[in-house]
Design a binder for this molecule. Structure first.
Ligand SMILES: O=P(O)(O)O[C@H]1O[C@H](CO)[C@@H](O)[C@H]1O
Ligand SMILES: O=c1cc[nH]c(=O)[nH]1
Length: 253
């Protein structure tokens, strides 16, 4: 929605960005991600939304933070699409669910459990939050090329960070614990807060979206989690490389 010629929240307009956008949650991560671009430049900063642009292999790319949780992430995607973007890769931090997913790993999400509220205001809960196949395929190629330990599969998105970290302290502890147990039994890989909403908004707006998550720790296995020093870097490198793959593949189409 334009107010005085700029999108109300992200404060940019059509022509400011190209079609490819990386979406971290944390605004402080935008500048670091933009350093992988040629000619990085900050173009906007409003609320939780920081935007940098640049290019990869001569093609315009951007990074835009989404803040924490589905509501602000959905707003970012809606406004970025109005400005011409159609391909998104979320990159963020997460906590491993199944035992094999450990701090320092990366996870490529093929779909996300919709344990959040935003996506329910777009589509009924029966509709699955799934990643775009070409984005998953590009992330897969990137992770293999970079040689990082990675997993591919379903992740969980939820609204309450502390509902994940301290479920026993919540009045609905039984419900939270039973659901976590079910996700784990089904092989859900890692837990974060934005991917399901982004995938559902992308579905509704007919654009492409995928996600790569850096795993900080495994919530059930690490008593005193030691966050690997490059834990937030690996997913970023995979996302940037995947954008290069998509640029290459899209140029053939
Ligand atoms: O590292 P980011 O992208 O912010 O992602 C994760 O970190 C935040 C919680 O600490 C949530 O936004 C969660 O999804
Ligand atoms: O465990 C974690 C770590 C980061 N972000 C989350 O949402 N959960």
């Amino acid at each position: 929605m334009l107010i005085d010629g700029r999108q109300m929240h992200i404060q940019i307009t059509k022509g400011d960005i190209g079609r490819y956008v990386i979406l971290p949650g944390d605004p402080a991560r935008c500048e670091k991600i933009a350093q992988y671009f040629d000619d990085p430049k900050q173009i906007a900063h409003n609320r939780e939304y920081t935007l940098w642009t640049g290019s990869l292999d001569g093609v315009p790319v951007a990074v835009c933070s989404t803040g924490i949780g589905g509501p602000s992430a959905a707003i970012a995607m809606e406004e970025l699409v109005e400005c011409g973007a159609d391909t998104f890769i979320r990159v963020g931090t997460s906590g491993g669910i199944v035992d094999k997913v450990k701090g320092g790993d990366i996870v490529i999400a093929t779909g996300a459990i919709r344990q959040e509220g935003t996506s329910r205001e777009y589509l009924p809960i029966e509709f699955p939050a799934v990643a775009d196949f070409s984005v998953v395929s590009a992330l897969h190629e990137a992770a293999q090329a970079l040689g990082f330990p990675y997993h591919t599969g379903v992740i969980q998105s939820k609204d309450s960070f502390y509902g994940e970290i301290r479920p026993a302290q919540m009045p609905i502890a039984d419900e939270l614990t039973a659901k976590w147990k079910a996700w784990k039994a089904a092989g859900a890989l890692t837990s974060e807060m934005e991917t399901a909403a982004l995938m559902i908004v992308a579905q509704v707006l007919h654009v492409r979206c995928g996600a790569v998550l850096n795993v900080l720790w495994n919530a059930d296995n690490d008593d005193a989690p030691a966050i690997p020093p490059d834990a937030t870097e690996r997913g970023v490198k995979a996302a940037v490389e995947a954008i290069r793959v998509l640029i290459r593949e899209d140029s053939k189409a």
